[in-house]
Write a protein that binds this ligand. Structure first.
Ligand code: HEM
Length: 410
């Protein structure tokens, strides 16, 4: 045990020396969380000034749901506390970094815009963009499943819905992709950070333009409903637009690539889905369970209390792991196996409770359409494994920087 950790914090919990930001691959992340689950429901890590680790599906779900005990809000206005270690930056993620009651008006608007019915109405645009981007490569016989398809499609769908002009989609999506895909300190990462600075300027311009000249897009809805009707500051609307882009673009990319890679490694799954498209909805859930793009989220304890058999204290930090929940042997029999029709499949890839992802319906539609059209248009694609590049870090977000593939041109 680390002597420097105060005893009150470790009562009832084992202390581990776990660096949640250290995993450099999906496999390493899975190994780490499996070992932690074996050690207990609640663990105390001595890293980063100490924090709780919740390892089991039921407890992680309950912690996500208990927003009164586990706050998403910042304690330090300069540090986002949804990650461990916290990430410096002044700009709030709205509504993710707000607790009720401030959270509600923003959440209501974004939820209403992305209900199952509204998301279903976006399916023709999703189909259009998948067809469009596949058509650009189909005669060549080569594709980067990331750059050419799974970055391009979610960017087109979300940025068109928001109202950004088409010539900016790629630039915006690549900025988010490169921030996740390259290690801090590399020239690519620094260039992507600079691009995010440009994006902030563009978001501010868009919000101001739509105020003057509303169009048929979601930024216009936000400006009209929130700034004009509810008197909410323009800056908060800009923050909501920023999170709609950040949440809507890169996570969907990672989930779709994971499914395509899985079918490359498991031709029997590819065959089954070609022969039985009716299995696709359940298969998409299983892809989402096995490859959660957001691997962890953090919260801050709001009062002295008890959780999962351990005393927690106001101000403690706590890490909830989507990946550990999704691989919990007690919640998912044979969790490391891909079970194409797994039921029930209560994975936590989209979180749980009040902050549960409002984009989940749209994300499922995008992943489904990408798989469907890939299987129809380039059915024999083979990933060039030696050229695959993973994100450098799988602690908080998992994904692939490059996944080149070849196929029979048509
Ligand atoms: C596979 C794709 C996606 C995954 C895995 C994902 C995952 C998540 C997770 C885990 C949360 C909860 C975070 C927390 O509890 O702190 C979340 C929240 C959120 N997501 Fe997603 N997301 C995806 C796609 C999308 C899309 C397509 C959009 C929008 C177009 C979106 C917008 C948001 C927003 C605005 C929030 C904050 C909600 C709130 O705080 O009430 N996401 N997402």
């Amino acid at each position: 045990m680390d002597d420097t950790v105060p005893l009150r914090r470790v009562a009832g919990a084992s202390v581990v020396d776990f660096d949640c930001a250290s995993a450099d691959s999906a496999a390493q992340s899975l190994d780490q969380w499996r070992a932690l689950r074996e050690q207990g429901r609640m663990l105390w890590s001595s890293r980063y000034d100490g924090y709780w680790l919740v390892t089991r599906h039921g407890d992680i779900r309950d912690a996500f749901r208990d927003w009164e005990l586990f706050s998403s809000a910042r304690s330090d206005p300069e540090v986002c506390s949804l990650r461990i270690p916290g990430t410096a930056g002044r700009r709030l993620l709205i509504p993710e970094e707000l607790d009720p009651p401030q959270w509600l008006p923003y959440r209501r608007l974004i939820s209403e815009a992305l209900t199952p019915r509204r998301a279903a109405a976006m399916r023709p645009r999703v189909q259009h963009w998948v067809t469009h981007y596949l058509a650009e490569v189909v005669e060549s016989g080569t594709i980067d499943l990331v750059d050419d398809l799974t970055v391009a499609v979610p960017a087109a769908v979300v940025l068109e819905w928001l109202g950004f002009p088409q010539e900016e989609w790629r630039r915006i999506a690549m900025a988010w992709h490169d921030v996740a895909g390259y290690a801090p300190g590399t020239p690519e990462f620094d260039a992507a950070l600079a691009e995010l600075g440009w994006l902030d300027v563009r978001i501010a311009e868009m919000v101001s333009e739509r105020r003057e000249h509303p169009q048929d897009d979601f930024v216009s809805v936000l400006v009209h409903q929130m700034v004009d009707r509810e008197g909410i500051e323009t800056e908060q609307v800009e923050a909501l637009v920023r999170l709609a882009i950040a949440g809507g673009v890169e996570t969907t990319t990672s989930a779709a690539v994971a499914a395509l890679l899985h079918m490359h490694h498991h031709p029997e799954v590819r065959r089954q889905l070609q022969e039985r498209p009716d299995l696709l909805p359940a298969a998409v859930e299983e892809f989402l369970r096995m490859y959660p793009p957001a691997r962890t989220h953090a919260r801050t304890v709001t009062r002295d209390d008890e959780f999962a058999g351990c005393p927690v204290s106001r101000g403690d930090r706590i890490l909830l792991s989507e990946v550990s929940a999704n691989y919990d042997e007690d919640a998912f029999p044979d969790p490391e196996a891909f079970v194409i029709d797994r039921a029930p499949n209560n994975h936590l890839t989209f979180g749980a409770g009040i902050h549960r992802c409002p984009g989940a319906h749209l994300a499922r539609i995008e992943i489904t359409e990408i798989i469907t059209q890939v299987l129809a248009t380039i059915p024999d694609y083979q990933v060039v494994e030696k050229d695959v590049v993973l994100y450098p870090n799988w602690g908080t977000a998992g994904g692939w920087t490059k996944v080149p593939a070849v196929f029979t041109p048509s």
